[in-house]
Design a binder for this molecule. Structure first.
Ligand code: AMP
Ligand code: MG
Length: 490
């Protein structure tokens, strides 16, 4: 163990209880580690006592374990684009351990890009500055949008040059998560027929994320339902802000219900149900509108790993799991509908509101309307008794006909106009992590200028508040930016 004390209160339950699910290892010693970003607010909530940037850089680049850490790489499997890989694992990540915050909540501290592990499968185990900053910007933006997600604690540059399509500065990203237990973690042991270990994993996961189920008569079935419900809610929230994860492989789906592994993900600008940004997703498997169905498919793979724990009779176990997974849609639909209604100022969703929401999306798709701008404009128009929103549509007539129906529906809502506007402005962001802004921040950072990154992350911490001087940040990309394609891994 190293001698740098971060002041963290480590309590490494995964290392202690799951000795067969990881490989203990260390990262590479970085030649010239430099802390370029620390999330002070998150650091404070985790009671990170040591703020010495030189010591933080040494520890958060992975080569030196801090006092109390037990660094390890976790094993997992996963369905990648539908095909099963029986052994993936942390090929470029290192779990330092779990820290307890002031409220006794448990948080994984994980480094991404700290060097190869026994799971690297020929990869270099490294990360470049662009991927690290991208994950930082995106996950903190999602957090500010009230979407469950892993968090960003820090970025360190290593002083190394890493070869991707060209030489780029190496970096290590520090991620904080309520755990890194994934659907793929269960798949790894289930595929090997190690059901005693699947059971231990399930018990560990229940204790950690769903402790209320420990008293249940059917804890494993309830566990499936609880993970299902969190994922259904999560994916509904993604859709409501126009987020495309991009690589919803089962190893990138958490048991906790947090968004994880920000790589080829992106926010849509103009509404497009078929939006895909990842260069490797040629068939659009993970396109915007496919995300709920993919989440359900992943949950079915999760349920399969637990079948022997559901019932001794295989058919009965399958029937129970099937019913549980079918339950995804009603939960998803309920979250989506109430979220979509809130975006339109409707506080009490009714079933027929679904159609009203869908009709608007169709009009937006037809005219390529900016997803984020429109909802703020609708709210502003109520406030000012105006209809500026029609200018966003090429076919204003169709929009205006829809608008009449919406206004009629709003007048039957029990809330006042001011409350409706308030509701809309609380759920519809002004600023999202637009692709051209993220790319510009990364390009500057690659040249050593972190100002655009700082400005963007700061702005996105409060995405619902209009800020003077930031008008350009609320606009869609200029035409010269072209269609966005993401090449980075997760
Ligand atoms: P991801 O795309 O992050 O979900 O990663 C899928 C798998 O590939 C995981 O097992 C990663 O650890 C591994 N992987 C991705 N990039 C690298 C890399 N540069 N070096 C080693 N392993 C990697
Ligand atoms: Mg991954």
């Amino acid at each position: 163990m190293g001698c740098i004390d971060l002041g963290f209160r480590f309590d490494n339950s995964f290392a202690r209880e799951m000795s067969w699910a990881y490989d203990a290892c260390l990262g590479d010693l970085a030649p010239a580690p430099k802390l370029i970003k620390l999330n002070s607010e998150l650091a404070a909530s985790l009671a990170l006592g040591n703020r010495d940037s030189e010591q933080l850089a040494r520890v958060l680049s992975g080569g030196e374990a801090p006092v109390g850490a037990e660094p390890l790489a976790q094993v997992y499997a996963g369905h990648q684009f539908g095909g099963f890989s029986p052994r993936l694992g942390d090929g470029r990540a290192l779990l330092l351990g779990e820290v307890l915050d002031g409220s006794e909540n448990r948080w994984d501290i994980q480094l991404k890009g700290s060097g190869p592990t026994c799971f690297s499968r020929g990869g270099d185990g490294k990360a470049v500055i662009g991927a690290a900053l991208r994950e930082y910007i995106l996950c903190e933006a999602m957090h500010a949008l009230d979407i469950p997600t892993t968090r960003a604690l820090a970025v360190v540059t290593t002083g190394e040059e890493i070869f991707r399509d060209r030489l780029l500065p190496g970096a290590v990203f520090t991620r904080v998560a309520s755990s890194h237990l994934r659907v793929g973690t269960f798949q790894y042991f289930a595929a090997r027929g190690e059901m005693d270990r699947v059971k231990q994993l399930a018990d560990h996961s229940i204790a950690r994320h769903y402790p209320q189920l420990q008293q249940s008569k059917q804890p494993y079935l309830d566990f499936i339902c609880a993970v299902r419900d969190r994922q259904a809610k999560l994916v509904a929230k993604w859709l409501l802000v126009g987020f495309v994860h991009g690589v919803m492989n089962t190893d990138n789906m958490t048991i906790s219900g947090e968004t994880i592994d920000y790589g080829p993900c992106a926010f849509i600008d103009h509404y497009d149900a078929d939006a895909v940004f990842s260069s490797i997703d040629r068939e659009g498997r993970y396109r915007y509108s496919a995300q709920p169905a993919i989440a359900q498919w992943n949950l079915a793979r999760f349920a399969e790993t637990l079948l022997p724990l559901l019932n001794d009779d295989e058919q009965q176990a399958i029937d129970l799991a099937t019913e549980a997974i079918k339950g995804f849609w009603p939960v998803f639909n309920q979250h989506w509908l109430s979220g979509a209604c809130a975006k339109l100022g409707l506080s009490e969703p009714q079933e027929q509101d679904g159609e009203l929401c869908e009709q608007l999306l169709e009009l937006m798709a037809d005219d390529g309307v900016d997803f984020t701008q429109l909802f703020r404009q609708l709210a502003q128009d109520i406030e000012t008794a105006d209809n500026q929103a029609q200018q966003l549509f090429a076919k204003a007539e169709a929009f205006n006909a829809w608008r009449e129906r919406w206004l009629a529906r709003l007048s039957s809502d029990p809330h006042s106009k001011a409350q409706q506007v308030g509701l809309m402005n609380r759920v519809n962001p002004v600023y999202i992590a637009r692709n051209h802004l993220v790319e510009a921040a990364i390009a500057a950072a690659e040249q050593g200028d972190y100002q655009p990154f700082e400005r963007l992350t700061e702005l996105l911490q409060d995405p619902f508040q209009v800020r003077e001087g930031f008008e350009e940040y609320a606009k869609a990309a200029p035409a010269s930016f072209g269609p966005f394609v993401s090449y980075c891994g997760t």
